[in-house]
Write a protein that binds this ligand. Structure first.
Ligand code: C2E
Ligand code: CA
Ligand code: CA
Ligand code: CA
Length: 276
């Protein structure tokens, strides 16, 4: 048993070593990815329930690694945050998305994800203002998606940052609502334009006895009374679509309509008309 224990320990420590190596290899690759043009923005349509039209797109980052192929942001955003590279990647994503939007019809919105680390950067408002100015879009066409995590930090700084961004005229969306530390207090302090209901609530909404339907209904009625829109994320089936509509979500984003697409596909989708 002693030997087995040692053996396991040895095996485990080798594993840790391999993990650390893989992590630093990813760090190094990611450092070069931007310069080598391996990063690309994809765009996923967001559909208004009432009009059945595409009203905007969410910009989603993709990494095309020369050897490993497509790498999901679930895997590399964390590395980018751990190393601080997220500041640079985030600014690049914002500029890309704004420039792309400038070539599309003026009534389309562009939603861009902003990491809590970017939100903690005092330069964020000027970075956003520059991206808007450089692209020549209206600030009200840009929506910044932030998660509940930002409200864990120093609240005076958080409120000041939120106010500074709103002052630029951009829209603010609360992303992944319900997955974090959901205190409703910050909805009072931070007047979001939109709440994005996480796909974990949408999944299973159709099951008998599911509480998700009741949760979604109460989020949408709260949002409505506060004058906020709601987007149901990750809607994949017709049944899910029917239910999120019935429970009052104003917008839907999910594979049921469209997957995230590259620029060429997005251009073609827009040229074909915005009917969902
Ligand atoms: P998110 O902000 O919650 O983005 C929505 C995710 O749901 C996207 O995953 C999208 O492809 C996926 N999705 C959309 N519809 C469906 C559906 O019907 N079913 C399922 N199963 N999934 C659906 P993606 O593109 O892999 O991005 C993952 C996460 O990575 C994002 O989650 C976001 O947190 C982060 N991320 C992506 N791009 C950026 C970026 O430019 N900056 C930052 N800071 N984070 C980003
Ligand atoms: Ca998002
Ligand atoms: Ca989300
Ligand atoms: Ca998410």
């Amino acid at each position: 048993a002693k030997d087995g224990g040692r053996g396991r320990y040895h095996f485990y420590s080798q594993d840790l070593h391999a993990d650390a190596e893989a992590r630093s290899a990813m760090e190094e690759d990611l450092r070069d990815a931007l310069a080598k043009g391996e990063l690309e923005m994809f765009y996923q349509p967001i559909v208004a329930v009432e009009t059945q039209r595409i009203t905007g797109f969410e910009a989603l980052m993709r990494w095309h690694h020369p050897v490993k192929g497509w790498i999901s942001p679930h895997r590399f955003i964390e590395t980018a945050e751990d190393t601080g590279m997220i500041q640079q990647l985030g600014e690049w994503a914002l500029r890309q998305a704004c420039e792309q939007l400038a070539s599309w019809p003026g009534d389309i919105l562009m939603a861009v994800n902003v990491s809590p680390l970017q939100f903690a950067n005092p330069n964020l408002p000027s970075i956003v203002a520059n991206a808007i100015g450089h692209a020549g879009i209206a600030p009200s066409q840009l929506e910044l998606e932030i998660t509940e995590t930002v409200f864990l930090q120093d609240s005076a700084g958080t409120e000041a940052m939120f106010a500074a961004l709103k002052k630029l005229g951009v829209r603010m969306a609360l992303d992944d609502f319900g997955t974090g530390y959901s205190s409703l207090g910050y909805l009072k302090k931070a007047p979001f334009d939109k709440i994005k209901i996480d796909k974990s609530f949408v999944r299973g909404i159709t099951e008998a006895g599911s509480r998700n339907a009741a949760i979604i209904a109460s989020i949408t009625s709260l949002a409505q009374s506060l004058g906020m829109e709601t987007t149901a994320e990750g809607v994949e089936t017709m049944d899910e679509l029917d239910l999120v509509r019935k429970h009052g979500c104003s917008h839907v984003q999910g594979y049921i309509y469209e997957r995230p697409m590259d620029v060429r596909q997005a251009d073609a989708r827009i040229a074909a008309g915005l009917e969902a």
